[in-house]
Structures are given as structure tokens and as C-alpha cells.
Unconditional design. Structure first.
Length: 375
């Protein structure tokens, strides 16, 4: 895998929070330099930038096991989910199925549809887990969308994508999958979904400004781009016929203006690194570390572990529900251990293991928790 020295700023840190924000690869400096040079080339910069876009689409296609033409770039995963909310035609009586432990951006985009008679159906977790049976019980012939995170940011649960896809495809609903906590750390077959969104600044080792948007256009051709601009089209009528144009036939139609080129250059370098390591190898590495962490926490005792232990139901996050956040925050800070949730003062702590983490990192974190005064 990689080491701390492949990244900037984590030499003296036990960085266990890739699920919140990953550090920057040192090699991103060359990608930034490349962008600055290309940007100085005037009109020629556009063809360099177009080459990087195409190369990055190809990498995303490999990452997600889909066709490159179905890959587009939007500004954030949140924008991607809003594209579905505003890009489908809704009718009163339609419904959308989501989970109570879903990330806010998987919930809020649908709220405005309620005033048009669209129902939001919320699947409740049981013991922090969302079950396929409970999802199934909420779907009927008016369900238009099922939105689920492949790996939960809140609980760490990884849901079986083949089983979920099979279930949703027995209905008329589209499966909208948020793979922000899956892509880059476990294998993802996006073709099993209808739309996939992924942030790039966590497990994909990129930065903000770009999110991956997969559109399964053969299964969901009715999805319209809610915003249009010069970049949405493959042909334009110009001043003679200013309102004439043809939308890009593929997922590029969802990017109305210039995309965030710099963050795509950086994503290109990040994906080069991840794909060279091999997602299968990364998954084995992450599962080994989260297995070590889970077992260690269980043997410490006294921690409510939200994430399931079995490997198919887990990825790179181990989440804990605790009322000891302030204590944990102080203990970890004293040892330069970074996890997620302490800063925000959440009751839920998330500890993430990625390509630069080692068994020694997990031991340091476990030791810090073990050294907390007993209750
Ligand atoms: C499941 C999930 N989706 C998306 C995001 C981030 O979305 P965005 O790219 O809109 O910032 C997060 C951030 O924590 C997340 O946990």
C-alpha cells in the first residue's frame, strides 16, 4: 500500500479519518503544476483539459465497472442527487424510499417534492442496520426512486449491491446509489444502479469541486438535465439559430459550464495511484485493518459498535455511538490521532482505515481508548 510519506502533512499524525477528509498525495503537486502550465496555453489549453477529462472518465469507468460515456462530472455529490430530484417528472402519489441513517444530502433534495404530493418513505434502522427486507416493504408500484448509500457514512454498514439491485429492479423504481464511502476502498459495480454519485475528497484521494456522476442512460433515459449551458451540448445553432442545439448524447450533458478542471487533474492523479494499487488489494487491506479495529474494540468492552463485523457488510469505516466524545477527543488529540466526529461533537465517532494506514495506527488508536479512565 502507500505510506504516510506519500502524503503531505501526516508525518506525525495517525490519520484515521479518510471517511471525512483524506490528506493530499504528494504527487498531486505535479498535477497542480501540469494544470498551471496547461492553463497558460490559451486556446490550446482546452484540448489538454479535454484530454484529461476523457482520461479521467475512462479511469472512473474502470473504477465503477461501467462505460466511460456514462460518466459525468458535477460539483458535489449533493448536486448529483439534486439532478435526479429536479430531472425526473414527478406526479402526485409517487414516492421515494430512503433510510433514516442516510446522509443529509440523500434526504433534503426530495423535501421540496412533498408539496407536489410526492411521499418520502423512511426505512428505519434496526440495531443500526438497514435491512433489504425493510427496504422491500417500503417499495410499491408508485416508488420512483430508492436512494441508499452503498456504505453508510453514519454506521459503516456496507449494503449488498447485487441483492439491493435485484430487489429494486423487481419494481419500477430507479436505484440512486451514493458510493462516497465505497468507491476507492471497496469494489463497486455501478451498472447495478441507475444513477451513482461519489464525492472525490475522501476515499478517492481527490479534492472538492468535482464529484463523479454515473448515469445509466439505457435504464433511465428519461432523466433530464435540470440546468443547461454551453457545455451541455454537442451541437449549437450559433447566432443564426440561437435556440437550436443538441444535448450531449451521454453524461456530459449534466455539466452546464466548465467543470472544475484543477480538481479533475488531481482526481486523475489520485485514480492513477488507486487503480495501480488495485481496488481488490485496497479492499483486502481496509478490511484487515477494520477487522483488527472491530475485534480490538470488542475486546476492550464498553463501546457500542454500530458497524457489522462480517466482511461483506463492512468497508473502511468503523462507527461507534458514545456519550464520551469530549473525553475521547482529548485522549486522541494528546496522541495526534485523528478520527471523525470529535470536532463536531457528534455522539457518533467514525474511525476510517485507508491505503496509508497500518496495523500500528489501529493499535495506537485502541491504546488511547484503552487508557481512558474506566467508568
Ligand atoms: C454519504 C455521503 N455522501 C456525500 C457526502 C459529501 O457530499 P458533497 O460531495 O456534496 O460534499 C458525504 C460527506 O460526508 C457523505 O457522507
Amino acid at each position: 500500500m502507500l505510506s504516510r510519506s506519500d502524503f503531505i502533512g501526516i508525518d506525525d499524525t495517525t490519520h484515521l479519518c479518510a471517511g471525512g477528509e483524506a490528506p493530499m498525495l504528494r504527487s498531486h503537486q505535479s498535477a497542480i503544476e501540469q494544470f498551471t502550465h496547461d492553463k497558460a496555453m490559451g486556446e490550446m489549453a482546452r484540448s489538454r483539459q479535454a484530454d484529461i477529462i476523457e482520461a479521467t472518465r475512462t479511469q472512473c469507468a474502470e473504477l465503477l465497472s461501467v462505460d466511460a460515456s456514462d460518466i459525468g462530472f458535477v460539483s458535489s455529490a449533493s448536486e448529483g442527487i439534486n439532478i435526479v430530484a429536479y430531472g425526473l417528472d414527478w406526479a402526485a402519489g409517487d414516492n421515494i424510499v430512503i433510510a433514516d441513517v442516510e446522509f443529509a444530502s440523500g434526504i433534503y433534495p426530495w423535501l421540496a417534492l412533498q408539496s407536489r404530493g410526492v411521499e418520502l418513505r423512511i426505512v428505519k434502522h434496526r440495531n443500526w442496520q438497514i435491512s433489504l427486507d425493510d427496504i422491500s416493504a417500503h417499495i410499491d408500484n408508485r416508488t420512483r426512486v430508492v436512494l441508499i448509500s452503498h456504505v453508510s457514512m453514519f454506521t459503516g454498514q456496507r449494503i449488498s449491491l447485487p441483492a439491493l439491485s435485484k430487489l429494486v429492479r423487481q419494481s419500477n423504481a430507479a436505484l440512486v446509489l451514493d458510493t462516497t464511502h465505497a468507491a476507492g476502498v471497496v469494489t463497486v459495480d455501478a451498472s447495478l444502479a441507475d444513477v451513482v454519485v461519489t464525492s472525490c475528497y475522501k476515499w478517492l484521494l481527490g479534492i472538492h469541486g468535482t464529484a463523479v456522476f454515473y448515469w445509466n442512460r439505457h435504464r433511465l433515459p428519461q432523466l433530464k438535465p435540470p440546468f443547461l449551458g454551453w457545455n451541455s451540448v454537442s451541437a449549437a445553432g450559433g447566432w443564426q439559430q440561437p435556440t437550436q442545439m443538441s444535448l450531449h448524447p451521454d453524461a456530459l450533458r449534466f455539466t452546464p459550464g466548465n467543470p472544475a478542471f484543477l480538481s479533475i487533474y488531481i482526481l486523475h492523479n489520485a485514480l492513477n495511484t488507486l487503480l495501480k494499487l488495485g481496488i481488490d488489494n485496497i479492499e483486502r487491506h481496509a478490511l484487515s485493518l477494520t477487522g483488527q479495529l472491530w475485534t480490538g474494540l470488542a475486546s476492550l468492552g464498553g463501546w457500542e459498535i454500530m458497524t457489522p463485523f462480517d466482511e461483506p457488510s463492512r468497508a473502511g469505516n468503523i462507527c461507534l455511538m458514545t456519550d464520551r466524545v469530549a473525553e475521547v477527543a482529548a485522549a486522541l488529540k494528546a496522541r495526534d490521532v485523528l478520527v471523525w466526529g470529535t470536532y463536531a461533537g457528534d455522539a457518533r465517532l467514525r474511525i476510517s482505515c485507508h491505503v496509508y494506514n497500518t496495523p500500528a495506527d489501529v493499535d495506537i488508536c485502541l491504546q488511547a481508548l484503552d487508557d481512558l479512565p474506566a467508568r
